[in-house]
Design a binder for this molecule. Sequence first.
Ligand SMILES: C[S@@+](CC[C@H](N)C(=O)[O-])C[C@H]1O[C@@H](n2cnc3c(N)ncnc32)[C@H](O)[C@@H]1O
Length: 255
Amino acid sequence: MLGEDRSAAELAGMIERRISGVPLEYVLGWVEFCGRRYAVDAGVFVPRRRTEYLVELAVGKQVGTAVEPPTKSQPTVVVDLCCGSGAIGAAVAAQLEAKANRPTELYATDIDPTAVLCAAKNLADVGGTVLCGDLYHAFPANLRGRVDLLVVNAPYVPSDSIRLMPPEARLYEPWVTLDGGADGLAVQRRIAADAGDWLAPGGRLFIETSEQQAPQTRQLLEQAGLMTTVEHSEDLDATVVAGRKPAGSPKETGR
Ligand SMILES: C[S@@+](CC[C@H](N)C(=O)[O-])C[C@H]1O[C@@H](n2cnc3c(N)ncnc32)[C@H](O)[C@@H]1O
């Protein structure tokens, strides 16, 4: 807050809000994620430090992939599904561009209009399309079978466990950003079921989950025909299930 260089009165107001329990990121209006600042508006999920692991994996796998686009100018199609502030998609696009000089065709989608407005601000620098809607219903039809990289941090907290979360989350972040239904897997189940329709042959999906839920998340993706691995970072206390659509999959419809 001191680094924000505000007037004494403004600073006092910020401190008061923080003391009353308002999450620091809402007081500041931004969060640091993957080394950059992203806007976070009130009511939008605050990107967590652990989610940087998902970005790391997605960029690393994409840069290291054996299947390079036919030409340098062909963009990697990236979708940040359940994007919230859009920080994941923006960070992936920025890193693909910086590390591998790979242009991206970036989309970010969320069901909550407040999140969509926030994501539009955060995607302004990298460029991209922000859409509002229920999971894949937000996707333009021409994305079917074309998504190279689907990055997802969807709600995965079991409904009954939300009351155990820190007050900054359970009092300030809307229910729709946290609630994964009775077993925490309700949204992930729907995401897995249709992922194969939207991924390009060889396309990858990275989805954050909890360490306890990882076997079930993995099973959902396997049932949808993806090849999977479970990745875990002790340092960030982060778990991600990575899925890949087989290159010769019968659902192949894209390039
Ligand atoms: C846990 S938050 C994560 C936000 C962002 N991915 C991040 O990591 O900062 C989950 C997001 O999913 C969105 N969401 C929940 N249900 C959805 C649905 N059916 N379709 C699209 N987005 C949904 C919420 O609005 C929320 O922004």
